[in-house]
Design a protein around this ligand. Structure first.
Ligand code: HEM
Ligand code: HEM
Length: 195
């Protein structure tokens, strides 16, 4: 299997990044909802889960930047000619929105913790101290309060947009499979599509 995309299929780099980000995003939605919906405010495991949530989320940010950079230099295979124009537009628009979400959700999470009054540090998988966004962290307390609330609202709203959009995206992929075209198989390794 080639590392780069070809006109027939996604290559190893794009596929690896797609599936790593997909897995990490789903895990992190689970961790986020577990923290906010299941755990009580004083739960002893809350801090450890929040650290894990922040580390996984920042990993999504790093992988997404790598993925978008790779996409800029390595064009993706075109959609099948047989696809109706309206569906093509819907597919491309949903991909653009998914790219936006995998960058904007972790960025707003990072801004959320950077504008927090408690300034609790982020330890990236317990390995090193991840910095705050310094201009937010340095704001006076009174300015941080509304910003923190705003970033929290946007972070949660975007996370819920992903919760809504990902099942549609999966349905789209399965629709291609049922239609009998290669769109799902070309995002999977070992499906016999020649590079
Ligand atoms: C893939 C990336 C991420 C996803 C999908 C995600 C998703 C979520 C979700 C679903 C919630 C719960 C929302 C609710 O209240 O219903 C949440 C809360 C939160 N997230 Fe994220 N998040 C991500 C990345 C990050 C990052 C990178 C940070 C910080 C560095 C962060 C910090 C937080 C904080 C502080 C909360 C509030 C937790 C609490 O209840 O105290 N998130 N996130
Ligand atoms: C959970 C988070 C997911 C995110 C954020 C995500 C994001 C994306 C994005 C942005 C693209 C466009 C790639 C490009 O052309 O540049 C894409 C393509 C694709 N995704 Fe996902 N995806 C996710 C999960 C899944 C899952 C679970 C499936 C499997 C059913 C899937 C199947 C596909 C397929 C088949 C394509 C190729 C579409 C094409 O060739 O036009 N994705 N994904």
């Amino acid at each position: 299997m080639p590392l780069a995309n070809t006109s027939a299929r996604y290559g190893g780099v794009a596929m690896t990044l797609h599936w790593l980000i997909a897995g990490a995003l789903i895990v992190n939605i689970g961790l986020g909802l577990y923290m906010s919906e299941v755990l009580s405010d004083g739960d002893v495991s809350r801090l450890a889960i929040l650290q894990l949530h922040k580390s996984v989320g920042l990993t999504v940010l790093l992988l997404s930047v790598a993925r978008l950079s790779w996409r800029l230099v390595n064009p993706v295979p075109p959609l099948p000619e047989s696809m109706p124009p309206a569906l093509r537009i819907a597919a491309r628009a949903s991909h653009v929105f998914l790219y936006f979400l995998i960058v904007a959700i972790p960025l707003t999470g990072w801004a959320l913790v950077s504008s927090s009054r408690t300034a609790a540090p982020t330890f990236y998988f317990g390995i090193f101290h991840w910095p705050t966004i310094s201009f937010l962290a340095q704001l006076p307390r009174a300015e941080k309060i509304p910003l923190h609330r705003g970033f929290g609202f946007v972070h949660v709203t975007l996370a819920w947009s992903a919760i809504a959009l990902v099942p549609l995206h999966v349905f789209g992929a399965l629709y291609h499979h049922w239609r009998g075209d290669d769109v799902l198989r070309r995002m999977l390794p070992g499906t016999g599509i020649a590079g």
